[in-house]
Design a protein around this ligand. Structure first.
Ligand code: SF4
Length: 454
């Protein structure tokens, strides 16, 4: 099972990883990097050096899938130059199209399903030895559970890391492909999650992001009786992790008990990503979201009572089949009422398998584009104003390292998940610092160091 791969020569073997889509995919890519690092592969940013190219794909949005196809097309030239190069496509597009990808792209070697990640080394070994091209789409993770020794994400030197707590979804929102490509909900035993977090803490990680398609329904189907609230408490009690975040949550599963955790669990960061998708009850019903806009707003009000400074982000879609101008105005009204810190907004697109493909009254692309532009302009104003409200406040940030955008500055995040760049003479990476916010932009804040925290 875990035989080392044959080295074609003494030259190091290089792995290039490209990830599309969500944080779940990022997590799986880190797992692949960890598994193949144990086989002797070195990570490279230079695709022309690669012996293996691993594409982790997303098919939740039509645009993401198109990007994968065009990226794959561009790899034809590299394969021609180096016939030993192995190209692997994994993730949702692989799961959804399967074998068909091999016929569409004759230079592709492996199609790896969403539950085949832990077998990447064995699959690569086989195609390297036999030269065959194959698709591997198991119904279950075939080897050890995620989080086992050979399957931990590659987190070397990271200050913040992700930990998958559950995968899959049972909700079947009518526009969504996830239950078909990621399968039904499966939670990891709480002991395993705690063990993984303790391992991360030992490597210097100070913040974890608990990941799942629907984290707040964590625990369903496990032999042990454990809820997401129990999991959060256990992580508090049994690990020394300093900060905990989680994503993604379904509004229907955001219970009063979970809302109270934001007031009672001191290491749970005051931020929440809570997708609302539409402000129109008629559209929410067609989407099978099983809450109304009033119920959604009620939960936001409770959250703000428990945690007045909570940072709130959300997902929203425009142009769902049958969305009228009035429905769209309901969406803008909800945004105006809630005042999100940030919003991820998309145009609806038909996805294979999704029930909404069959829905009549499709909205034209022109109307979708106009609505999206209007919505984004409104949110940009709200985001900037909320960022400006931060000016003058002193915030505790976890310093993640040098800023990628501001030369010579360090960067970190507040509890509310806002990025702060600041100048420092020392390298504070991995420590907590207090900064006073002195300027605000659309995507980040600028701060000045007040004092380092022990
Ligand atoms: S909750 Fe709905 S949108 Fe989210 S993954 Fe499940 S089916 Fe998709």
């Amino acid at each position: 099972m875990n035989q080392p791969l044959q080295a074609p020569s003494d030259r190091p073997r290089y792995l290039y990883v490209q990830t599309f889509g969500c944080q779940m995919n990022e997590y799986d890519s880190r797992r692949v990097e960890g598994i193949l690092a144990a086989e002797g592969y070195r990570l490279t940013d230079d695709i022309s050096l690669a012996d293996v190219i691993f594409l982790n794909t997303c098919s939740v949005r039509d645009k993401a899938e198109q990007k994968v196809h065009s990226f794959l097309g561009r790899l034809r030239r590299l394969k021609k130059r180096n016939p030993d190069l192995k190209i692997i496509v994994a993730g949702c597009v692989a799961q959804q199209i399967g074998k068909g990808l091999l016929s569409r792209f004759e230079h592709l070697d492996v199609v790896l399903g969403t539950r085949g990640i832990s077998s990447v080394a064995q699959v690569l070994d086989r195609v390297s030895k036999t030269g065959e091209r194959l698709s591997f789409l198991p119904l279950e993770e075939p080897s050890a559970e995620p989080g086992s020794k050979e399957d931990l994400p590659f987190n070397a030197g990271q200050v913040a890391a992700s930990v998958t707590v559950m995968q899959g979804c049972n909700n079947f929102c009518t526009y969504c492909i996830v239950p078909y490509v990621r399968g039904r909900e499966r939670s990891r035993p709480s002991g395993e999650i705690v063990k993984e977090i303790n391992g991360l803490v030992a490597c210097g990680v100070r913040e974890v992001l608990l990941l799942g398609q629907n984290v707040n329904s964590y625990g369903r189907g496990l032999e042990e009786s454990v809820s997401f609230i129990d999991l959060l408490k256990r992580i508090h009690e049994e690990t020394d992790i300093q900060r905990i975040r989680f994503t993604t949550s379904h509004p229907k599963d955001l219970t009063d008990g979970l809302i109270e955790c934001f007031a009672t669990l001191p290491r749970l960061c005051g931020c929440l990503h809570l997708p609302f998708q539409s402000g129109s009850d008629r559209i929410l019903k067609r989407m099978n979201r099983v809450y109304t806009s009033a119920e959604y707003i009620g939960k936001i009000e409770k959250l703000r009572l428990c945690c007045p400074e909570i940072g709130l982000t959300s997902d929203v879609m425009v142009g769902f089949p049958g969305e009228t101008e009035e429905d769209f105005q309901d969406t803008l009204r909800l945004m105006d009422r809630v005042q999100f810190d940030n919003l991820f907004s998309f145009r609806y697109s038909d996805r294979p398998y999704a029930r909404s493909v069959e829905f009549p009254d499709k909205v034209s692309e022109d109307i979708k584009a106009r609505r999206l532009a209007e919505l984004q302009a409104m949110q940009a104003e709200i985001t900037l104003r909320k960022n400006r409200d931060e000016i003058g406040k002193v915030r505790e940030i976890l310093v993640e390292g040098p800023s990628k955008t501001s030369n010579g500055q360090l960067t970190g995040r507040t509890q509310q998940n806002k990025i702060v760049n600041f100048e420092s003479t020392g390298d504070l990476t991995g420590s907590f610092a207090r900064v006073r916010v002195i300027d605000a932009f659309s995507h980040s804040l600028r701060g000045e160091l007040v004092a380092d925290l022990p």
